[in-house]
Design a protein around this ligand. Sequence first.
Ligand SMILES: [Zn+2]
Length: 255
Amino acid sequence: MIDSHVHLDDPKFDYDREDIINSLKDRGIDRVYNIGADLESSIASVSLAKKYDNIKAVIGIHPHDAINYNDKVEEKLIDLAKDENVRAIGEIGLDYYYDNSPRDIQVEVFKRQIELADKLNLPIVVHSRDASEETFNIIKESKEKYPNLTFLIHCFSQSVEMMKRYIDQGCYIALGGVVTFKNAKVPKEVAKEVPLNRLLLETDCPYLAPTPMRGKRNEPYYVKYVAEEIASIRNMEVKDLVEITDANTRRFYND
Ligand SMILES: [Zn+2]
């Protein structure tokens, strides 16, 4: 199966990155998408993808780091995107929970990277926290301007109603470890209601490990716990779910 969102370049994998990547296949993971969050991790994503067949790269500047975005950074992203392993721009978006960059700059940088994705003809992986209405409005406006763009809302943590509005905009929805948490009432409802042909699975490792690994370092193979939980919520076989979510992932990433 596929893990649609990992950060294997994270320092938490420094001591065993090679082992983790080499054991993916044996542990049932065919492919992972390594997601950039700043220039350094975007470069690292492309390096990993060049080195390993089972890794593809996503590059972009996270809202946390929006303050450091400038023409030079954008040129570097354009340069990196020339590599055929780069499958999307991300993770980009808005984070009004941490507010690590001023909100007006987050908005500006999100919009600039959406324009960039359109130019590069790449889909977009969106990070959105405590900014659901604002994120939605920017995506809706962008879809009017750039109808061919496709968005994936990663680690979806908003309401069922918001999920439906995103679906109406042609977006994909990715669910991760949070859906396995006992008290995650809303994510479980989203897992039940989301159209199957728009659902992706992810870990966001090393963050947000699913139950029963909660609190530990997350790893790509724990995506199976996410699959098991959603299959049980939807009353279907895990393998049938994974067949669909894997196909969705490849369709989203044009891979
Ligand atoms: Zn992430």
